[in-house]
Design a protein around this ligand. Structure first.
Ligand code: SF4
Ligand code: SF4
Length: 343
């Protein structure tokens, strides 16, 4: 999408960008004093998003968990507002809402880590705003309308990575209908495209992403132990309470064990191969466990997930069984494994 349409995602798809842009227009319409941050200060503040990206990557790699997700305003906006959202997401969203009334796209320009990823790619974007210098009156309205502070009135083509293809400049140009300012690809691809083409392309990209996610549903959590043997067995099931990556880590811990449910009963403690792939989410979530059939079977896997346990931190004398947090759809451990009743 970015290689085709520059940062059109920011202006037309991202809930934070779209909302922030809309609030900016409402703020101006309701005469909220506008603070224009331009030039060097804007460019210096724009570097902050690379710092945020670095911090997010460093913290995520260190923790092996999406530690910033709970504070992400975009995630908060599209989530079910459950326990995976921290109060910080609402604080950040509130700050963006408030600031956007007076400052153009504050989060998108200066803090968004996704913008830091998209901006360098966007430099190679195919579609761009183009200006016919011969008929331009140099009125400067296009540059004044640009939320990204791009000097549209001085460029023959806008190839800046920060252009979000919002087309505010084209809308502001009094000579746009004469073909002075327009948007499109390089000449050999048709020269100029209408706004309908922009939205059609966005829809095709989004539909492609949705189709890919449906046809090739990649798990968002993958972790394995040991070396894969020549022959493996795969067990798919739906489990409850697997709402996030943290929960998936906990489920991995349930499988990665050293007792009767270890997936290698013949060599205790050695840990043969198994892999957990999970699609965490609300309600019942899908998981796939791949293991070595020479050392375990399906019941051992299911038992490992649903077996009661001792809370060794609070119950050092091991007096009370704890119920496991996970359930398996269509699987009742007590009827499937009556031996458990004896425990
Ligand atoms: S106003 Fe024009 S140049 Fe500025 S971001 Fe929007 S499309 Fe790009
Ligand atoms: S708004 Fe149109 S006419 Fe005015 S400077 Fe920009 S391109 Fe030229």
């Amino acid at each position: 999408m970015t290689i085709l349409l520059r940062r059109a995602f920011c202006s037309h798809v991202c809930p934070v960008g779209t909302l922030s842009e809309w609030l900016g227009k409402r703020g101006a319409a309701f005469k909220v004093p506008q603070l224009r941050v331009r030039g060097r200060i804007d460019r210096a503040l724009g570097l902050l998003k690379y710092v945020v990206l670095g911090l997010v990557l460093w913290a995520t790699l260190s923790a092996r968990e999406l530690v910033f997700r709970g504070a992400c305003p975009a995630y908060a906006l599209i989530s079910r507002h459950g326990t995976d959202i921290s109060v910080w997401a609402y604080v950040v969203a509130g700050a963006i809402t408030f600031t956007s009334l007076a400052v153009v796209l504050p989060f998108c320009r200066w803090f968004c880590p996704l913008a830091a990823v998209l901006t360098p790619l966007s430099k190679f974007g195919v579609a761009r705003v183009k200006r016919e210098g011969a008929s331009c009156t140099d009125c400067g309205r296009c540059a004044a309308a640009c939320p990204m502070d791009i000097a549209v009135d001085q460029l023959p083509q806008v190839t800046e990575g920060r252009c979000t293809s919002c087309l505010s400049c084209v809308d502001a140009c009094p000579k746009a209908s004469d073909g002075t300012l327009y948007w499109g690809p390089p000449g050999w691809m048709g020269d100029r495209w209408s706004r309908a083409v922009l939205f059609a392309m966005l829809l095709v990209c989004l539909a492609g992403a949705a189709a890919a996610a449906y046809l090739v549903p990649l798990p968002s959590y993958v972790k394995s132990r040991g070396t894969p043997p020549e022959r493996t067995r795969t067990l798919e099931m739906r489990v409850s309470n697997l709402s996030c990556r943290g929960r998936a880590n906990l489920l991995f811990w349930y499988l990665d064990r050293d007792d009767m449910f270890q997936l290698n009963s013949s060599v205790p403690g050695e840990g043969t191969y198994f892999k957990l792939e999970a699609w965490p989410g609300p309600g019942w979530s899908r998981i796939r466990v791949t293991y070595d059939p020479a050392t375990a079977d399906d019941d051992a896997v299911r038992g490992a997930i649903t077996e009661p346990y001792f809370n060794l931190r609070e119950d050092r004398l091991q007096t009370q069984w704890m119920e496991p947090p996970f359930g398996i759809e269509g699987y009742d451990p007590l009827t499937t494994d009556p031996g458990r009743l004896a425990w």
